[in-house]
Design a protein around this ligand. Structure first.
Ligand SMILES: [Zn+2]
Length: 66
C-alpha cells in the first residue's frame, strides 16, 4: 500500500489521502472533524449516523456471503 494511495471516503464519497480506516471503510479527516464537531441534535448528525448504519449493513451482508 503506498502512502499516496487515495481512498473514497464513505461519507463524502471523495477520494482522499488523509483519513483513517474503520475495518474496510475509509473516513477522511474532513468528515471525521465534521462528525466530531456536530452535536447530537444537529440534523446533519442524523445523516452521518444513517451512513454509518448503512455501512454496517453492507458489512453484515458481506459476512453472510463469507
Ligand atoms: Zn469524507
Amino acid at each position: 500500500m503506498s502512502i499516496n494511495e487515495q481512498k473514497n471516503c464513505i461519507f463524502c464519497k471523495a477520494p482522499k489521502k488523509n483519513g483513517f480506516n474503520v475495518l474496510t471503510a475509509f473516513i477522511c479527516l474532513d468528515c471525521e472533524e465534521k462528525i466530531a464537531s456536530l452535536s447530537f441534535d444537529d440534523p446533519q448528525y442524523c445523516n452521518y449516523v444513517r451512513e454509518i448504519k448503512r455501512f454496517w449493513e453492507v458489512l453484515r451482508e458481506e459476512e453472510k456471503v463469507l
